[in-house]
Write a protein that binds this ligand. Structure first.
Ligand code: GLN
Length: 486
């Protein structure tokens, strides 16, 4: 920390509510908050959490403007919050690579809706965070811009695909971050890095301005050091958007103001299928002991069954690859940035541009997706997977119809694994998502909260899954879990 701040309280890893208190008591300012984060980003650059850090002079000007508004008493509710944004959510005038070489020099001419909304509440965006290419991955080893290191153990992965966002929050490089989920990409890195992350209900948050991966799954979600920060950010970004026809008109509660830790009388389901399939002992023990604490606090715990769980991974990897193969067709060398030089025909230009600039995993997904959509295979794979999707959704509908308030389960069967461990075996990598993807298939909201550590001091995450549009329940139970582990 620089000498400039010797009289200031450190802001690193503090919840936004504490920062706001320090701001109103004049113990700090937005300008010094930004300086401190910039120096943290600089001193921890080996983590490789950011693909782009915005120009310091712009950040300083922005911070001064917000300090002025704070002085005049007309600042927005995110004043003092510094946000890292996954490099798949566009910010006007800034690069948006989606972790891919194919978008290396793409500069967005507009802001995503979530960006408009956080800026309107005076958040400061400090930069764009690293990610798996087009959000395809579980370890952040598929970025064209290098691996992101887990700050808790630099020999381990941070989880993916929103690895840069989770690391930026965990390492104190920003207050909160935005990530995106197609199949666990907020919750898995949140769990691997010991922070909190929400996958909102499908349709809760606008995806206008999010680089598309699989459109019937994609959802933007916030990451923070605590449940209250994630709740606050969710209430700002959620809600109807005329630019995204999949957004819902369902009203948006003020989640951060109604946070409760009372779980007395809540009916909480524990799905038996989420404690098999290669779960590590310490993960199981930590999740079970958290469930016991919930029971001691008055929650009514019931074992439940989600019988189609085992088909989740296969269903997910058929449907998302199909959608990805179609979504990624737009990167053709004609539009956007990477165009192969020296191609002699238009066809050759398409082929070479795509072959040169897409990474291995993206190519694998495009080929798989094209295959499952092709004549003769469509019925056997794509159509069948759509039917199984309906059954998986029905599992969730049925348990909630029986009066359950929420479901708790481990976020991941393991803690963060080592670099390289699963790269040679795509199936082993896909199995990292075994507890997360079914919730994306079904569309329900789910919050991952830290619930313990293993013998190597690596964090373990538990997820709270609720009914559609009942993010409040995720926050309530998540907040209870958070206060129990303090
Ligand atoms: N690991 C999953 C995949 O590779 C999840 C990705 C995501 O949620 N964006 O598809």
């Amino acid at each position: 920390m620089g000498f400039l701040y010797f009289h200031l309280e450190s802001i690193v890893n503090k919840p936004h509510f504490d920062l706001q208190k320090s701001l109103t008591e004049n113990k700090t300012s937005c300008s010094s908050i930004v300086e401190e984060y910039l120096s943290q980003i600089d001193s921890q650059s080996d983590l490789n959490a950011f693909i782009t850090v915005f120009p310091e002079s712009d950040l300083r000007t922005h911070a001064r403007q917000i300090d002025e508004r704070l002085g005049n008493g007309n600042a927005g509710k995110l004043a003092g919050m510094v946000v890292g944004v996954k490099d798949a959510i566009v910010v006007q005038g800034q690069k948006n690579t989606a972790g891919s070489k194919i978008l290396e020099n793409y500069v967005s001419p507009y802001n995503a809706t979530v960006i408009e909304r956080i800026l309107a509440e005076d958040a400061i965006i400090i930069g764009k965070t690293n990610m798996d290419e087009f959000a395809m991955g579980s370890s952040n080893e598929n970025s064209a811009y290098g691996n992101v290191l887990n700050p808790l153990d630099k020999t381990r992965v941070p989880g993916g695909s929103s690895g840069g966002s989770a690391v930026a929050v965990a390492a104190g490089l920003c207050t909160t971050a935005l990530g995106s989920e197609t199949g666990g990409s907020v919750r898995l890195p949140a769990s691997f890095c010991g922070v909190v992350g929400l996958k909102p209900t499908y349709g809760r948050v606008s995806r206008y301005g999010l680089s598309a991966f699989a459109s019937s799954f994609d959802q933007i979600g916030p990451i923070g050091n605590c449940v209250s920060d994630v709740a606050l950010l969710t209430e700002v970004i959620a809600g109807l958007d005329p630019n995204d026809s999949t957004t819902s008109a369902e009203s948006v509660p003020l989640y951060s103001q109604t946070l409760d830790t009372n779980v007395k009388g809540l009916r909480i389901g524990v799905p038996k299928e989420y404690f098999t399939l290669g779960i590590q002992k310490e993960v199981e023990q930590s999740v079970q002991s958290t469930i016991e604490k919930l029971a001691n606090a008055g929650a009514l715990i019931e074992e439940i069954s989600l019988p189609h769980t085992e088909y989740g991974i296969a269903t997910y990897y058929i449907l998302v690859t199909a959608e990805a193969s179609s979504n990624l067709a737009r990167y053709d060398g004609v539009r956007f940035t990477h165009r192969s030089v020296g191609a002699k025909t238009v066809h050759e230009m398409f082929v070479k541009s795509r072959s040169e600039a897409f990474g291995e995993e993206v190519k694998r997904r495009i080929m798989l997706g094209t295959y499952v959509l092709s004549a003769g295979y469509y019925d056997a794979y794509y159509k069948k997977a759509q039917k199984v999707r309906t059954l998986i959704k029905k599992d969730f509908v049925d348990v909630f119809r029986r009066g359950l308030d929420c479901i708790v389960a481990p976020t991941s069967p393991t803690v963060a694994f080592n670099f390289g461990e699963r790269m040679q075996d795509p199936l082993a990598m896909y199995l990292s998502d075994i507890y997360t993807v079914n919730i994306n298939i079904a569309g329900n909201p789910a919050l991952s909260v830290p619930c313990g550590i293993n013998a190597d001091r690596m964090p373990i995450g538990i997820q709270v899954i609720a009914r559609d549009f009942d993010e409040s329940m995720c926050f309530r139970v998540g907040h209870a879990i958070e206060s129990m582990s303090e």
